[in-house]
Design a protein around this ligand. Sequence first.
Ligand SMILES: NC(=O)c1ccc[n+]([C@@H]2O[C@H](COP(=O)([O-])OP(=O)(O)OC[C@H]3O[C@@H](n4cnc5c(N)ncnc54)[C@H](OP(=O)(O)O)[C@@H]3O)[C@@H](O)[C@H]2O)c1
Length: 274
Amino acid sequence: MHGSADADGGTSSGARPVGADDAWPSLLDGRVPADVAGPASAELVSRYGPLVAAGPRLVLAQLGQSLDGFVAARTGDAVFVTGEEDRRHLHRLRALTDAVVVGVSTVAADDCRLTVREVAGPSPVRVVLDPRARLPRGARLLGDDGPRVLWCVGRARAPEAAAEGRKAEVVGLPTADGRFAPAEVLATLAARGLGRVLVEGGGRTVSAFLAAGVLDRLLVTTAPLLVGDGVPGLRFAGEDRLADALRPPARRFALGADSCLELDLSAVRGRRPT
Ligand SMILES: NC(=O)c1ccc[n+]([C@@H]2O[C@H](COP(=O)([O-])OP(=O)(O)OC[C@H]3O[C@@H](n4cnc5c(N)ncnc54)[C@H](OP(=O)(O)O)[C@@H]3O)[C@@H](O)[C@H]2O)c1
């Protein structure tokens, strides 16, 4: 999944995680160190410090895409759009949040686990948006020993989903035109103490949260890769004139051959893509 798909083969237990660094344990503890030992730590603090300092409520979304804006090939193959550094970055984002949210098509395509394996840190609660309750029976995230899974289904489907007895907490949510309101999803998570949220994909899910105006930050990593035709990333109705387009403050950092742009959508709150 992800630009760097959620393929297995993560860090084996006991091994020093790739990319471990002195500033990282402090950041995981919710502290932004003022003095850092070297350039690697300084980079971690610069990249993740603002996300840590944001406190208990923060909604992030991420996508890894090709230069032409696709998050997977047309077959759904997403292994791998972006490179190893972006994969580690994704796992750091997971470790810094309470819950990771994906659309059910991502679970169907990637059979992702959504755990933190590439860096040290806790894995977030896993949340699948699945209004029609079509989560594959053998999905790996239901069979592992990872953190709990919230299976968000349309309210009318909740009793039959619960009766299936899967290893997930069934959460029935209201739908309008078959869709959950992103704000309702976030309120449901916040009510469970899950205030720091990463919307990890795919394109339709991230686009829905973007269009609803509920994201604080959007992190898009672009790889020097051309797919031609595939699963699109961000799509929303948009404006007729570029002058009216969203142009939030942005930061940019290199992740190997890829570049990540972080948009501060909280700074343009109230202006939303339509
Ligand atoms: N490169 C990356 O960063 C990255 C990250 C994640 C996934 N991916 C790739 O993306 C592809 C899947 O992306 P996608 O855009 O096709 O699908 P998706 O976003 O993974 O899932 C979309 C589906 O999830 C449900 N859903 C999502 N938001 C909802 C909402 N607000 N309310 C109700 N239902 C909601 C709907 O299910 P129903 O259809 O049942 O209504 C919707 O059609 C896969 O190939 C995966 O590998 C790439």
